[in-house]
Design a protein around this ligand. Structure first.
Ligand code: NAI
Ligand code: MG
Length: 354
């Protein structure tokens, strides 16, 4: 099993080191190879996604990614900015399915901005389509408006589009994931207004015929935004397009109150994938040894489950994380009175010990 390790910028190297430590503590054999990405790669090689890093990511069975970005690169031209690395990896590896679980751990229910009873035991999975929709649809641009009430004025436009195979493959991913969980899929659309999402709804319904054991529910995105804060536990798996998924997955992340706890996976058609915490490079706390490594450690668990076929090892990591929380260990972002504050390294060591 070959893992490409791309730590990146800010807290990336600190948190990835802890996840690597946890992987080494399992009695499994991995080949791990590290490469620079993001701002670190721009400094070292003049490009945020150097050819050698991309080649390594392509030949590996999975990519363990930290985070990229720093305000100091804001003045660079767009193609050289750190964020281009993650967009490039998604595109080059064909990572069309983004998994973002939002789990509220018993010990951390107080961290949510919602009432504890609304989030206690929360365990939902958002599956966001990652390579289509209005974010990539052509044509797009600026022009002089050709018609309508503002004809002749400057205007900008993007194009929302999804092809049938794109919707089918993400629908299969969602139904298969739901089969292994609560057996319910909520497909989020805006079919009442958008032709693209009426088509989405039709195709998801068609694919559903192959999964009679899974319940399918359709919901408009505005209602979904409302239901997520009203009764989030009613959801199991949510599947949606790129833009709605971008927004709803951040909303769902906040239900748990702790960005430092949330892993993510981005998969392609052969279950290879890129695994990273949902948060960014946190330049405000980089180098201080205080970042929470658990989101990255839990991302490594997802990597074992989805790309490396080691579900048992993934379970062991996830129960070790629950165990350190039960022991009362907390990094600063999840600290509350009566618990024990620890740094990045001590948290990683505690997971290894557990
Ligand atoms: P951020 O997620 O890096 O930080 C937001 C807040 O959460 C900060 O106060 C930070 O200290 C805290 N935080 C984040 N992760 C934490 C952890 N593991 N432990 C404790 N506290 C944590 O988002 P922000 O500040 O908007 O962006 C910072 C940089 O990260 C930017 O350059 C941005 O472009 C980049 N970014 C990169 C992503 C990626 O690599 N996939 C995703 C999101 C942002
Ligand atoms: Mg986002």
């Amino acid at each position: 099993m070959k893992i490409a390790v791309l730590p990146g910028d800010g807290i990336g190297p600190e948190i990835v080191a802890e996840a690597v430590k946890v992987l080494h503590a399992l009695d499994l054999r991995f080949e791990m190879e590290e490469a620079p990405v993001g701002g670190a790669a721009y400094e070292a090689a003049g490009h945020p996604l150097p050819e050698a890093t991309l080649e390594l990511a392509k030949e590996a069975d999975a990519v363990l990614f930290g985070a990229v970005g720093d305000w100091k690169y804001d003045t660079l031209e767009r193609r050289l900015r750190p964020e281009q690395a993650i967009l490039g990896l998604r595109k080059e590896l064909g990572l069309f399915a983004n998994f973002r679980p939002a789990i509220c751990y018993a010990e951390l229910t107080h961290a949510s901005s919602l009432k504890p009873e609304l989030v206690a035991g929360l365990d939902i999975l958002i599956i966001r389509e990652l390579t289509g929709d209005i974010y990539f649809g052509q044509p797009r641009g600026r022009r002089e408006s050709p018609d309508g009430a503002f004809r002749g004025a400057q205007e900008a436009f993007d194009t929302m589009r999804y092809s049938k195979p794109e919707i089918e493959r993400i629908a299969h991913v969602a139904f298969q994931a739901a089969r292994k969980r609560g057996k319910k899929v909520t497909s989020v659309d805006k079919a009442n207004v958008l032709e693209t999402f009426q088509f989405w709804k039709d195709v998801v319904t068609e694919v559903h015929a192959q999964y009679p054991d899974v319940e399918l529910e359709h919901m408009y995105v505005d209602n979904a935004a409302m239901q997520l804060v009203k009764a989030p536990k009613k959801f199991d798996v949510i599947v949606t397009g790129n833009m709605f998924g971008d927004i709803l997955s951040d909303e769902a992340a906040m239900l748990t109150g702790s960005i430092g706890m949330l892993p993510s996976a981005s998969l392609n058609a052969d279950n290879r994938g890129l695994y990273e915490p949902s948060h960014g490079s946190a330049p405000d706390i980089a180098g201080q040894g205080v970042a929470n490594p658990l989101a990255t450690i839990l991302s490594a668990a997802m990597m074992l489950r989805f790309s490396l076929n080691q579900a048992e090892a993934a379970d062991r990591i996830e129960s070790a994380v629950k165990s350190v929380l039960a022991q009362g260990l907390r990094t600063a972002d999840i600290y509350s009175e009566g618990t024990r504050k620890v740094g990045t390294r001590d948290m990683g060591d505690a997971v290894v010990a557990a």
